[in-house]
Design a protein around this ligand. Structure first.
Ligand code: GLP
Length: 236
């Protein structure tokens, strides 16, 4: 007998996409003012974050106990580069929400000991009660955060290489020469799976194949997002 896996899948018109996702973030904070919410950056999520901040302001929601953190970060770039995840999150919602610096957690842009810094980041999330809700984007090759195809599902937060096309783009935009290393630091797939709830956000025809494979394809490290199939509280 074959079984088809069913998910809490919300399909919406393109203009309602960001608002629908923003409402999930908003409701999470409303129900749990001390929530720990992880955000992904990229083309998919910017508008979600702006609408989330607007909703919070419109409803005068108290976010003084909310923790916001970034799923991943590009490394070797400056903090004020507009492609740095910290810069994006600050400008998309963190500044607007008025999140206190101690409640906005990011993996570092540079480090002399990535293992120590990744462990410290994970420990701080755990100290705050773990991840209430993790918003995920989806790469066209099925990557989540900087967990590229081939990353083991047991992987914890780590620093590694970013994918070639992103590296080329960042070098172009920042004028970083080839001899200066760029990379990516990210929560690992095992950390992602520890989140109490996950909201996977994918928008546009170019994501359709990756999303279909992620949800119904064979579970394989060749497509990191297939790990999500066994998460108990996944909404898409
Ligand atoms: C990047 C980021 C991910 C993001 C993904 C999708 O690689 N490291 O966190 O989810 O790309 O990006 P986009 O929404 O721009 O397609």
């Amino acid at each position: 007998m074959t079984t088809t896996k069913t998910y809490r899948l919300t399909a919406v018109a393109p203009d309602a996409f960001a608002e629908t996702c923003a409402r999930v973030l908003f409701e999470t904070v409303k129900n749990k003012p001390d929530a720990v919410i992880g955000l992904s950056t990229g083309r998919t999520t910017g508008d979600i974050h702006r609408r989330f901040a607007a909703l919070v302001r419109a409803h005068n929601l108290d976010v003084s106990r909310l923790t916001i953190f970034g799923l991943d970060e590009v490394t070797g770039v400056s903090r004020d580069y507009f492609g740095a995840c910290v810069w994006m999150l600050e400008h998309e919602c963190v500044n607007d929400l008025g999140i206190a610096p101690e409640n906005f957690l990011m993996l570092p842009l540079t480090s002399d000991d990535w293992e120590r810094d990744c462990d410290a980041f994970r420990a701080e999330l755990a100290r705050r009660g773990g991840i209430t809700l993790l918003e995920l984007g989806l790469g066209e090759n099925g990557h989540i955060g900087f967990n590229q195809p081939g990353t083991p599902f047991e992987q914890r937060a780590f620093h590694g290489r970013m994918h070639d096309y992103l590296e080329a783009r960042i070098r172009r935009e920042t004028g970083t020469p080839d001899d200066i290393p760029l990379g990516g630091v990210t929560l690992g797939i095992a950390d992602v799976m520890d989140a109490h709830e996950i909201m996977l956000c994918a928008n546009g025809a170019h994501k359709k194949q990756a999303l279909t494979d992620a949800l119904w394809g064979p579970v394989t490290t060749d497509l990191p997002a297939t790990a999500l199939q066994s998460h108990p509280h996944l909404q898409i």
